[in-house]
Design a protein around this ligand. Structure first.
Ligand code: GLC
Length: 412
């Protein structure tokens, strides 16, 4: 069954927690980091200490929702609880959350309301791992170094109590905020599907939110795949979304200056759309709730390109086959959008198209018509009324966009 998500193409991931006040990655510093996210020389107590002072007075969900909308994003996913166990929502299950911070307000509720008001779909990120909960059991400094595949085992009684809490949190998240469109699990690797009670959890979610989509990180469950930090070489067979950071951190980390350029992100978005996936692009509010200025600048630069070329991304299907054109392409109805991610030398060629049906080629951003020629096998010119062939488009220098030039090829 196809859904809105199959052609959404672009969404916003929001990674945020109390530890953003310390300018460190979410959760990982409390276990000493991992190979991919090495950041983290804090004890558990040092890391969790900033829960007591969380007061993000600059948090502006309405502004953020408008930013997402201005980029043509169709949805957003918010960290309701990361591996550190801190609840960004009001929960009866624990005192470890925003309700008991100086801020007090229900941040998840504010997120949902603001994004929904802008017409975006909303998703909730939820970590199965809870390194803070005594029955998980909690991670302690003595458990370092963190090793994948080797986490401390709970007793059966502990696990019974923990899963009751976890189920209750899921129930709260899917009951208290109206319609939720995506449930985005993470951290499934530390336990088995049986331990997570995966089938039962899925049944609960679908009962509470019949239209919801669930990602693939609750083992054995899932409506879509979630490659992380890269574009798959071949499009996965089922619906997919790649999540990606703007630097190399998910949470606010001022020491991480490895920023992608706006052009690189635009190219990634074109690649993802051309393969029929979605890009869930991450932003990191700071400890006071404001968006990082560097991220604001990147998104601002992308906004110009998207306002002129977003038509070739949102709601499209994958376009040509890789052998037909050297680059990504998408399509909608009779229009094929080719994304020029490399600068053309005078012309670009598209192959294997019904050349007699090419009506017009235009630069999407400006509407400017471009001259083109076609050719096909000589014998086809006489015997084939509808020959496939090559379409060669003149692309003048002054039609080029500094990020990516999109040509719209209209067939009729
Ligand atoms: C990883 C990390 C986590 C991050 C997530 C986003 O699983 O553990 O920090 O939230 O990827 O996809």
């Amino acid at each position: 069954m196809s859904t809105w998500f199959d052609s959404a193409r672009f969404g916003m991931f929001i990674h945020w927690g109390h530890s953003s006040q310390q300018g460190v990655e979410l959760s990982w510093p409390m276990v000493g980091g991992n190979a991919a996210l090495p950041d983290g020389d804090l004890t558990v107590a040092e890391y969790q200490a900033s829960a007591a002072t969380f007061n993000p007075v600059q948090w502006d969900p309405v502004g953020l929702a408008r930013t997402a909308k201005s980029l043509g994003m169709q949805y957003a996913v918010f960290t309701t609880k990361h591996h550190d166990g801190y609840a960004m929502f009001h929960t009866k299950t624990s005192d470890f959350g925003v309700e008991h911070s100086p801020y007090e307000r229900d941040i998840v509720g504010e997120f949902v309301e603001a994004f929904r008001a802008e017409g975006l779909r909303v998703g909730l990120y939820f970590s199965l791992i809870d390194w803070n909960h005594p029955d998980y059991p909690a991670f302690t400094d003595a458990d370092r170094p963190y090793r994948f595949g080797r986490s401390k085992a709970p007793t059966p009684e502990q696990w019974e109590r923990f899963t009751a809490v976890m189920f209750e949190q899921v129930r709260e998240l899917l009951t208290n905020y109206g319609q939720i469109d995506v449930f985005w699990f993470d951290g499934g690797w530390e336990r088995t599907p049986e331990q997570w009670r995966a089938q039962e959890l899925e049944a609960l979610i679908r009962e509470l939110q019949p239209g919801i989509l669930i990602n693939d990180r609750l083992p054995t469950v899932g409506d879509f795949e979630t490659p992380e930090q890269f574009v798959p070489a071949q499009a996965p067979a089922r619906t997919w979304e790649t999540c990606m950071t703007l630097n190399e951190s998910w949470g606010y980390n001022p020491d991480d200056g490895a920023w992608k350029s706006p052009r690189q992100v635009v190219h990634t978005l074109c690649e993802v759309a051309g393969k029929g996936g979605n890009l869930l692009l991450n932003v990191s509010p700071m400890g006071d709730g404001a968006l990082m200025p560097e991220q604001r600048a990147i998104l601002g630069a992308m906004q110009r390109w998207l306002s002129q070329n977003g038509e070739s991304i949102t709601g499209t299907e994958p376009g040509l086959e890789p052998w037909q054109f050297y680059g990504p392409s998408t399509k909608r109805g009779d229009t094929t959008y080719v994304h020029l991610l490399m600068r053309p030398y005078e012309t670009v060629t598209v192959r294997g198209v019904p050349i007699k049906h090419v009506k017009r080629v235009r630069v999407l951003a400006s509407g400017r018509g471009l001259a083109f020629t076609t050719r096909c096998a000589i014998i086809d010119q006489f015997f084939n009324p509808d020959p496939p062939g090559e379409l060669t488009i003149q692309v003048p220098e002054d039609a080029l966009d500094p990020f990516a030039t999109v040509l719209a090829v209209e067939m009729g």
